[in-house]
Design a binder for this molecule. Structure first.
Ligand code: FES
Length: 105
């Protein structure tokens, strides 16, 4: 790596956070509980809406969600909700140019 690319890599690490991947432009409505699940925050998991470890090497970590009894939950799929891990409708206001996963194209 030359000095310029090292500087660019350093700048990326210092200034630019890893981007969120839009896994799906809408919620994942699933039955969960009782127990603990780990909601994927980064959008990279292949087992949405749950973590599969794909965040490794990024700044993200999954959110632990404990559910006391079996119930249906609408987990955010766009990863931009203001009320994680639940869908709050933010997905409907995302820009169409916002990059995303398979559900966002
Ligand atoms: S999927 Fe609805 S706010 Fe993210």
């Amino acid at each position: 790596m030359n000095a310029r690319s090292e500087a660019e890599a350093s700048l990326k690490e210092d200034v630019m956070p890893d981007p969120i991947v839009i896994a799906q432009r809408g919620p994942y409505v699933v039955d969960v509980g009782p127990g603990t699940v780990y909601w994927c925050r980064c959008g990279r998991s292949k087992t949405q809406p749950f973590c599969d470890g794909s965040h490794t090497g990024t700044d993200f970590s999954p959110m632990e969600v404990t559910v006391a009894e079996r119930k249906q939950v609408a987990f955010c799929g766009c990863k931009h909700t203001k009320t994680p891990p639940f869908c709050d409708g933010t997905h409907s206001r995302l820009s169409v140019t916002e990059k995303g996963g398979s559900g966002g194209r």
